[in-house]
Design a protein around this ligand. Structure first.
Ligand code: COA
Length: 324
């Protein structure tokens, strides 16, 4: 029997504390002007010690389940995309499973840096199609503030903390035109470029952090080329043209990359969901957080076609095409 996955609900969580560019400029040789002009970022949310990857991920997951009208009993599995787990193990996903009162099914973390949400969506979609699960929570939760060198102005101004989640459930039968479905996912990696964006050391522990290092202009060049290819791939496989896309929900790394992708798709700027100004780059959380915002405020409506894309450390990249 053919089956496919439907995105039934989405939710997000942002830490309470907001840090503006001007706040950073008090202790760092930078300025609101430099940061906002080069990146589009104006502020970011920064977690306190209680706002761990598991805590934020659980809050986002609860919101996604609420929005889907689903209960914890319908969750067969939890997949968490994170580069900043609270512990090496148990997986953040297992901590979230327990926090939600789920006592069956599977739970695991997946590491694909800023592409993590697209990777997790691809895995969950495949498991649902294969009949291995009927309800999966796909979560991106990140506390990059704990892996940043706060003295390095070339990296620390770019990132923020947060979590986003979607609940996928199975629908029996083939995808029918116009009906809600995860239409396709495409994921890629090229480990030759592992050294242009990496964390040197242990992650997620305030007292023993690894720190993030990046060759920003090299990442920028790869992003523009690889994301364009991933978008073309999604359109070609689904026999769609650019005009069919209602919304672009891109990973939020740099406003100039986001604008270039919107332009490439011929989308009006108001059809591209942008949160980078308020959230900065929340890595694997950025796409589900942006989706939660645009679905929550009624911009993205049921039946519309949403294209998501991301690139991150690895290098990893990918795209997903979903009809809500
Ligand atoms: N404030 C002020 N000046 C800064 C600064 C900051 N926060 N960060 C860097 N600078 C300085 C640099 O030291 C450099 O000075 P110099 O010319 O005297 O050496 C100058 O600004 C230009 O730096 P450069 O790195 O060339 O800037 P850029 O235009 O390439 O922008 C990024 C840097 C990081 C914003 C940009 O490369 C980028 O967004 N890349 C993609 C990153 C990305 O997507 N990462 C995440 C992937 S998931």
């Amino acid at each position: 029997m053919t089956r496919h996955a439907v995105l039934a609900g989405v939710g997000g969580y942002l830490p309470k504390r907001v840090v503006t560019n001007d706040d950073l400029a008090r202790t760092l040789d930078t300025s609101d002007e430099w940061i906002s002009e080069r990146t589009g970022i104006r502020q970011r949310h920064i977690a306190d010690e209680t706002e761990t990857a598991a805590f934020m991920g659980a809050a986002a997951a609860e919101a996604a389940l609420r929005r889907a009208g689903a209960g914890a009993g319908e969750v067969d599995g939890v997949i968490v995309a994170t580069s900043t787990p609270d512990q090496a193990f148990p997986a953040t996903a297992a901590r979230i499973q327990a926090a939600l009162g789920i006592t069956r099914g599977f739970a695991f973390d997946l590491a694909a840096a800023c592409s993590g949400f697209i990777y997790a969506l691809a895995v969950a979609d495949g498991m649902i199609r294969a009949g291995q699960a009927s309800g999966i929570l796909v979560i991106g939760s990140e506390v990059y503030s704990r892996i940043l060198d706060w003295r390095d102005r070339t990296t620390c101004v770019l990132f923020g903390d947060g979590a986003g989640a979607v609940f996928l459930h199975a629908a029996e039968g083939p995808v029918t035109p116009g009906a809600p479905a995860v239409l396709s996912t495409h994921i890629h990696a090229d480990g030759r470029y592992g050294d242009i964006l990496y964390v040197d050391g242990a992650v997620g522990q305030p007292d023993r952090p690894g720190t993030l290092a990046m060759n920003g202009s090299a990442v920028f060049r790869h992003a523009v080329v690889n994301l364009a290819a991933a978008v073309e791939e999604a359109l070609a496989v689904n026999h769609l043209d650019r005009a069919s896309i209602d919304w672009l929900v891109p990973h939020q790394a740099n406003r100039r990359i986001i604008d270039a992708m919107g332009k490439k798709l011929g989308l009006a700027p108001e059809r591209v969901v942008v949160t980078i100004d308020r959230h900065a780059n929340t890595s694997a959380a950025s796409i589900p957080l942006a989706l939660a915002e645009a679905v929550g405020d009624g911009r993205i409506r049921p039946g519309q076609l949403v294209l998501m894309e991301a690139l991150g450390g690895g290098l990893t990249w990918g795209s997903a095409l979903v009809r809500l």
